[in-house]
Design a protein around this ligand. Sequence first.
Ligand code: PLP
Length: 385
Amino acid sequence: MEAYLDNSATTRCTESVRDAVVRAMMEDYGNPSSRHQKGLDAERSLREARETLARTLRVSEKEIYFTSGATESNNWALIGAAAANRRAGMHLITTAIEHPAVLMPMQYLQEQGFRVTYLPVDSAGQISLDDLEQAICDDTILVSIMYVNNEVGAIEPIAEAGKRIRARNPRILFHVDAVQAYGKMPVYPKTLGVDMLSASAHKIHGPKGIGFLYINERVKIHPLLLGGGQQKGMRSGTDNVPGAVGLAQAAKEAYANLEEERRHFLELKRRLMEGLAALPQVVIHSQPGEQGAAHIVSAAFPGVRSEVLLHALEERGVYVSAGSACSSNKKQPVSAVLKELHLRPELLESTLRFSFGRFTTAEEIDYCLQTLAQLLPVLRRYTRH
Ligand code: PLP
């Protein structure tokens, strides 16, 4: 048996996404910039994909830009908006638990002379709105806060943060990395007071290498990629029509089944958390039920290093991650996010993340729990004290 519990790293495509991508590659293969019928057909597919995404967010299709994924979306939102607004101020705010696709551009901007405030989080992984309010100053031009943390599943108070930012200064731009929220919960930027929002297809059963950045029409932002002038000159590069069509299909399916999927995830989460709590010495970091994301459970197994447990599980067909797979090329997998939760060192080094997707079953959860129950006593016996 196999249990793929690493859906926050990436997901398997659905068959209808695959069919849509293949159709775009084999039939609608024209370049949307070409002025003949093949080009016009491809342009129509691109426009329909953009309209589908805009409907899921309740925004205008003019505000959707395709990118190569959320890493590009985040880089563009932060670097592009900082460059376009530097005359208004040089101060940026983010959280200490962002994905590296936000933290690294922030570090780059610091090197360019911007000042960055990193908001701390509590033991549940949430920022304090008072800290946010206190951090805002006359020089602040941009705030970037993730919607759902990819390692522990903490949900940040985005709507409240949007309100507080607007109340202090409506000209401050608010960017949200919604990679782990989009397709899992309703996300309406205009209601939330969000000016820019990043999402990625491969987290919602779409293809890899495609995502989007929502940019409110009022936002001043510089392009990062210059060239042939595609996407109104804001993001040059031949349009990835198969990717865009696949992303739109995945988004359509995610939002058509939102409530059903949410209930499915909550049931899997309850089953996994109860099973983990029944194992000796397990410490669960994620908040139960709807207090945290329904599809992410993070837990520590003191006495066993996460890498060792991960590979022992893998040998038995159980796939999970230590920290987050998308940011863990480093040899030492101690996570910066978990450090921010002020966990004891033995918890930091023994944490695994379990994450669900549409295809995850209760049988997979049970198989994972049984395998953990067999492995943990054996592996703990070999740990040096
Ligand atoms: N932001 C978050 C919260 C993520 O979880 C990820 C990927 O895991 C990314 C950004 C990067 O997305 P992409 O793989 O589309 O570049």
